[in-house]
Every structure is written in C-alpha cells, then in structure tokens.
Design a protein around this ligand. Structure first.
Ligand code: NAD
Length: 321
C-alpha cells in the first residue's frame, strides 16, 4: 500500500485517479478548491483549500508520500483559456500552485512527483497545417505556445526539471493531449470540445442543429480517461522522467468529431460553424514515438469507444437537469 497525495482531486482527471488508486488499495489524500462535482470521492482524506496559499501547502504536503500527483491548475476549454480574459489568473494561480508544491515536496523529501503538463506547450508555428501538425517532444523549442496556459505549463515543466537536477527529487512529466470521459466538466463555460459537443447533441431537437466553433476543420486528437491513467501509471513505474506525450494519434477535425457524436446519438443534425477568434491552433495531434520507445506502450483504443461512454453519461446529465 502506497501513501499518495492527489492535488486537483476534485477535478476530472484527479477524480478518476483517486478512484483508481483506491481500487488498487492505496491510502489517498486528496486536495482541491472544491469537492468533486459529480461523485463522492473515495479518498481517505479530502482537504478543501487553495494551493496558491503556502500555508495550506505546508499542511497538505506534510510528509514524504510515496507518490504526489500534481494535477491542480486553473483550467478550462477553449472558451476559458483562449479568449485572453483569464490569462492573468491562469498564469498566476497555476504557477503559484506549482511553486508552492515543488518547494514543499522537496523540503519533506517527497519520493516521487508526477506533473501534468499539456500539449498546449507546443509552438504554434508547427500547428498551422490541420493535416500535418508536429508535436514530437523535441519540437517544444524554440517555444511559442499559442496561450498563456501553455507558457505557464512550459515554465512549470522547467521548474520541476530544475528541482530534479539541483535537488535530485524524482519527477515524472506528461504532456496530456485532450483527455475526455464521463464525470468531466460538461457545461458552464469551462468544458472542452468533446463534452461541449456531446451536450449540444444531447440538447438538440431531433431535426435541429448544433454550433461548432470556427470552420470545424481544425484538427485534434482525444484520449479516453482510462488510457490516460494507464499511461500515467506506466510512466510512474518506469525510470523515464519525460516530458512525454500522453495522447491519442487518432486525429479528427472538430466537424468529424461532431459527426461521430451524432452517429452515436442517432441524431442526424445540421452543423452550424460559427466564427469565433479563440479556436486555438489549426491542427494538433499526439506523436507517440517516444512513449512507445520508453514505455513500450501507447494508447490505442478507438475514439468512438470512449466517445460512446462519454455521450451516454452527458446525455443522462442533460436529462437529469
Ligand atoms: P480540472 O479543471 O477538472 O481539474 C483541475 C482541478 O484543480 C480542479 O478541480 C480545480 O478546482 C483544482 N484547482 C485549481 N486551482 C486550484 C488551487 N489553487 N488549489 C486547489 N485546487 C485547485 O482539469 P483536468 O481536466 O482534470 O486536468 C487535470 C490536469 O491535467 C491539469 O493540470 C490540466 O492542466 C492538465 N491537462 C488536462 C488536459 C485535459 O484534456 N483534461 C489536457 C492537458 C493537460
């Protein structure tokens, strides 16, 4: 049995991670600004508090722990991260959380720490062609992320790597690419595209239409939560520090994603592409060469499979509200 701390345990990935760790029989302390929105956390202890406050971090990271997972971030989908309106908070809050946690983890002699970075660190100049984006780990520099969220993630990657070099703290870093699944934010403005599209399809009348932001030709890949957690576990068990992509290589356009959801729902709706200025880069896909080399494994389940489970859950939420 390991002693584990999950920061961001009230969020989507953190919530699923706590459940998995508990199924595996570990002792878990969760911490977040809030309880989980959609299910009761099975964590042994759940501390509500703000990790930007050093005094709270001292209380939360009060022992070495076998593993610390740092998932807390001021975070949302394109409508939250790419409008520019939340830039100051996104940068300040997430950077403060990471600065506090690594300092305190180092002080107490934390045994191993996982940090969740993002595909948003990749330079926008490599993601202008929707058919051919480049997101190999070694293409991160010269840096030019397209959002302040991406810049903060890149800074924090470097922060954790610097503590590893100077103080020997054992770290692992993953760059997640669009993780989705049930029990993630699906409404309210912070939801990401798979959840937003599932909600719109579930809410639409049978002969109606849904809105998809931009021309819908921008491409992305999406990783189901179970495969994300499997990759995190394999990374933690390996000797590889990273950063490594954790994402799917099944790239689709946003309109294709909408078509897939409509097929799952058996609702042939019209797609209205609406112009917005905050759709992000034109193309993005995971590059899984490094994870295959280092972990001898990569996510492989089809997008449709995870989308089906996610749609079923969101449809239930829509009709329950
Ligand atoms: P999420 O927003 O559901 O979870 C993040 C949690 O952190 C939230 O519950 C939030 O309340 C908490 N938090 C934020 N600020 C805090 C603070 N000051 N003190 C305490 N808790 C705080 O997001 P998620 O999708 O579960 O993502 C988890 C991590 O993975 C984040 O770091 C995110 O940047 C990263 N990531 C996620 C994706 C994705 O597709 N979901 C992609 C790339 C990177």
């Amino acid at each position: 049995m390991k002693k584990v701390l999950v920061c961001g345990a009230g969020g989507f990935i953190g919530g699923h991670l706590v459940k998995k760790l508990k199924r595996q029989g570990h002792w878990v302390r969760g911490v977040d600004l809030k309880m989980h929105d959609y299910s009761k956390s099975p964590a042994d202890e759940f501390i509500i508090g703000d990790l930007t406050e050093q005094s709270l971090v001292k209380k939360v990271v009060d022992q070495p722990f076998d593993e610390i997972y740092q998932l807390a971030a001021d975070m949302g989908g394109a409508g939250y991260l790419f409008t520019g309106e939340n830039d100051a908070n996104v940068m300040h809050n997430s950077a403060m959380v990471n600065l506090n946690i690594i300092q305190q983890a180092n002080l107490v002699g934390a045994k191993k720490l996982f940090y969740s970075s993002s595909a948003c660190i990749y330079p926008s100049y490599n993601q202008e062609d929707p058919a051919n984006p480049k997101c190999s780990e070694d293409s991160a520099y010269p840096a030019e992320p397209d959002s302040e969220y991406g810049w903060e993630k890149l800074f924090s990657e470097r922060l954790y790597l610097a503590f590893n070099r100077n103080y020997g703290i054992d770290i692992r870093i993953a760059r997640f690419h669009n993780v989705f699944g049930p029990e993630g934010t699906w409404t309210g403005g912070k939801e990401k595209s798979p959840a937003a599209i599932c909600r719109k399809v579930a809410e639409a009348d049978d002969n109606g239409a849904i809105e998809v932001w931009g021309d819908g030709l921008q491409t992305r890949s999406f990783l189901y939560i179970d495969e994300c957690l499997e990759a995190v576990e394999r990374l933690m068990e390996s000797d590889f520090i990273g950063p490594v992509n954790i994402g799917s290589e099944e790239m689709v356009s946003l309109n294709q994603l909408a078509e897939m959801v409509m097929q799952i729902a058996d609702k042939p709706l019209q797609i209205n592409n609406i112009p917005v200025s905050y759709t992000g880069v034109r193309g993005r896909n995971s590059d899984n060469k490094l994870i295959k080399e280092e972990l001898r494994w990569a996510p492989s389940r089809p997008l449709e499979e995870g989308l089906r489970k996610t749609y079923e859950w969101i449809e239930q939420q829509v009709h329950a509200n």
